[in-house]
Design a protein around this ligand. Structure first.
Ligand SMILES: [Cu+2]
Length: 231
């Protein structure tokens, strides 16, 4: 074998082993977020306009959703300052469906595209209450089925619809690919977090922000359960 070829194959082989080693040294952050008190009954939302479209299904206030076994829904979980981590780049979608923001909390990476849909056949008007990112207030008439936007700074902000005052939601612009929200049972799982010790941040629209440290081993699950005191 000539020396050049030999060197190349050694480099390729070394790079391969490094990749395998670094992939193997990552674990998952898993947990359940709970609400300590008795689950409050969600308030019903009064639909006062565009009844045909908006009142098709019953609506509840979504600012404190407690499911089975006290699981708290729509908590944003984010592992902070993971070395080498880049913001998620996938397209996010926010649907204004039946005059409700779906999902209630939308995650999007810094600089990643957000598509805002309107298939309701009526006028919606998206109003953002951001401060790090420029706020906007844009009509989305029934014929404009998609609006596209991006955000350049990490921030969590409220969104509303000026046409339907009960519509309420949140947009989470994140620079951490290790960001997710809890499901109806309060559970979450973040996979492939490189081994290390990190701060995990929890945010809930009504119950506020909390954090705790988590140490992720080279494989397996690191637990990050949390309980918010009842209000
Ligand atoms: Cu609307």
């Amino acid at each position: 074998m000539n020396p050049t070829k030999k060197n190349l194959s050694w480099i390729a082989c070394a790079a391969g082993s490094f990749l395998v080693a670094s992939l193997a040294q990552a674990g998952n952050v898993v947990g359940t977020v709970k609400y300590a008190g008795a689950a409050p009954a969600p308030a019903t939302v009064k639909v006062t306009k565009d009844q045909k479209v908006c009142a098709k299904d019953g609506k509840i206030k979504e600012d404190l959703l407690v499911g089975a076994d006290k699981g708290l829904q729509n908590v944003v979980i984010s592992v902070q300052a993971v070395p080498g981590a880049k913001p998620p780049t996938e397209k996010a979608t926010l649907d204004q469906k039946g005059c409700r923001f779906n999902p209630h909390v939308t995650l999007v990476g810094v600089g990643a595209p957000l598509e805002i849909l309107n298939n309701d056949g009526i006028l919606h008007n998206l109003h953002t209450f951001s401060s790090a990112n420029p706020a906007f207030n844009k009509a989305q008439p029934r014929f404009k089925k998609v609006m596209k936007t991006t955000f350049s700074k990490p921030e969590i902000f409220r969104i509303a619809c000026d046409a339907h005052n009960w519509m309420a939601g949140w947009i989470v612009v994140t620079d951490s690919p290790y960001t997710t929200t809890t499901g109806a049972n309060g559970k979450f799982k973040l996979e492939g977090v490189p081994a290390g010790t990190y701060t995990v941040k929890y945010w809930h629209e009504k119950l506020g922000e909390k954090s705790q440290e988590v140490t992720v081993a080279a494989s397996g699950d690191a637990g990050a359960d949390l309980e918010y005191p009842a209000q």
